[in-house]
Design a protein around this ligand. Sequence first.
Ligand code: PEP
Ligand code: MG
Length: 656
Amino acid sequence: MERSTIVRVHEGLHARPATRFVKLAKGFESDVELVKDGKAVSAKSSVKLMLLAVKENQEVTVRANGADAIEAIEALIGYLENPRAGLDDGNEADEAGPEAAAAVPVQGAAPTDGTPKLQGVAASEGVAIGPAFAHFPPEIAGPGRRLQADEIEGELERFRRAVAAVQARMDRTLAENNLSAGDRGIVAALRDIAADDSLTGEVEKLIKEGDDAVSAVIGAASAIAADFSAVDDHYLNARADDVHAVGRQICLVLLGQDEVSLETIPQGAILIADDIGAWDLARAPLKRIGGVVCGHGGATSHIAIIARSHGIPAVLGLGDKVNELRTAKEVAIDGNAGHVIVDPDEAARADFTRRVEAAAQERAGLKVFKSVTPTRADGTVIEVAANIGSLEEIEAAQEAGAMGVGLFRTELLFMRHMHLPSEDMQAETYSALAKAFAPHPVIVRTLDIGGDKPIAGIEFPDEENPFLGWRGIRMCLDRPDIFKKQLRALLRAAVHGNIKVMLPMVSEIAEVRRTRALVDECAAELKAEGVPHAGFDLGVMIETPAAVLIAPALAKEVAFFSIGTNDLTQYIMAADRLNPTVAKLNDVTNPAVMSAIELTARAGAAAGIMVGMCGEAAGRPDLIPAFINMGLTELSMSPASIQRAKKTIAAMTADR
Ligand code: PEP
Ligand code: MG
């Protein structure tokens, strides 16, 4: 007996919805299969279901055979047709998508004072010094022993007991109840993998063929992980790590070894790891972690976002250099400059201790600036706004006293999901932002992505120079199917607050005009559909030399400019923002870049539009007075820099 339907489950049968589907299927005695594109898998295995990679809006067939087949089909079809299936207790875990390593500009010059320092990506600002806590779980290897026939039954028993022990441990973690919804989801998904027939069945088969239990677990987990890696879907690719994590847990029990756990990290220690996976992250006592150093990762990786939202300094992307820290006793890190000192000498220790204390004192002293509205001597208000990339960062921005959002990077929204975010999902996110900061403006930047940061659902060509390639507004205008969803979502969100929209990587006026035509088209569609929406100010980022040179004409077309100094510096100086060898040239204070900023400010003033800045330079106290004197009236920066910036501006007025 079978029935077909179109899957309406939001984002399809990925981890949690697949788990729920399996639970439902297991409630029936019948054998149940799910069929997609002619391929049938048991509906009672979440691993197999995930590997079927069923997406929203795809056609599938539920096939059942047994006494309660009719009821099973009815219940499972009902589930598949429910868009909210699997999402009713928060969906953060599902958002723990593939880590997208992307670097931020290395701020500050490379260290030159003779103290040996390792340079990585400055992923979360702040300085820290503390005992090193190296987290390099050893590779697990099986004894590679062939079993005698009379040993097989005992080995199967040993394996089953190990699985039960791992499940019990995960159940205890779940029951402890101090996990966030997202962390619970991660642990629950791992527990399901541990219990799944795909893994246990394959291990038992290998043991029956004569493999010892550890070798069998390693073999089976590697094979399933390889299947996840081979699917053409970034989200499912990342599940391979989950399978390895579970396999590892089972092996440790079999070997009678303890996991090197983050639970024992001492207060204020610097966590050093090659990578930190979902399982570790879910259990990490973040309050005790003084800083993070990783071989993997970049500014948008999961650990970077968590570090920033918890105010933990982090240097990521050290590569193999992280191995130099394996035996370190003490580590000092500078999350602003992206460097790490191993076992600092007396002078360096004194320097860092002083800086940590000074930072704590400064933070305490700066608190009074949280609610200050900085003004120029002529009374013009300077908006000091926040750069954020996720709703999780709203609280930090508000705590800092942000006067709105000057740059909402929408890339993360696209990178965290297994496929392109729907219009509804985007509208919800932008509306939440608008409401959180109203009446202050929230400037949302349309998707700024290129071949250096691929995302699920967009095919990027291989390019010699992705930074000079098909990215930002160029890609969006070529893909109106993606761009219009975002514009429609923004028009819908504008009803809820002060939404403004800006375009990245603009280099000619036609790009603005074509966008405006699309915005009008979207507004007309929403009107015809009777969907509430409102207009928004459209602005551009000034981050290409072309945009600076046509700024007077561009200013007549848009409501505001926001100067993106990160890209503007690399393009003006022809010095890659990610290449440490040319870091000296990649300097915003170079007269070439400063005069580009001034030209932009003048063009904006002549046309009477607002000129702001959202590149990293906007938060630099040494440059803020120059920017204000050039006529900039909005500065947007990471929340951690806001109070210092307000103080700097207040001091300018007081000096007069
Ligand atoms: C910039 O280029 O200055 C900017 C703010 O954008 P991003 O760093 O996201 O490229
Ligand atoms: Mg940029």
